[in-house]
Write a protein that binds this ligand. Sequence first.
Ligand code: FES
Length: 131
Amino acid sequence: MTQTPARRTVLLCTGAGAAALCVGCGGGGDSSGASPGQELVRTGDVPVAGGKILTDEKIVVTQPRQGEFKAFSAVCTHQGCIVSDVRDGTIDCACHGSRFAVADGSVVRGPATEPLPGKRITVEGNSVRLA
Ligand code: FES
């Protein structure tokens, strides 16, 4: 007679565009608060060869080279922690030490084996927005 709460958790991950976020999130209902067109960050707030972690949106915006911006899921593909730092060309996860390249989200150091999923963004003037 009791309903299983697990079914409800799974349904949270089925929204349009949420599939990529749910990969590797361990079924934790990884819906971000970001919506298309939303400004994520100002370009001046993203250091070159570094990045800015947006914890609420679960997105990390990077600037691999001057004027080139990328964005990825901030959810570590190892066990789902939010990445903790961006410096020296890598996005770092403090939980178990995984590192991902700021240019393409690829794994630089494990234990993660899968890259951070990319996010589509647009740069309008000094504003980095979700596409
Ligand atoms: S959750 Fe990121 S390294 Fe394990």
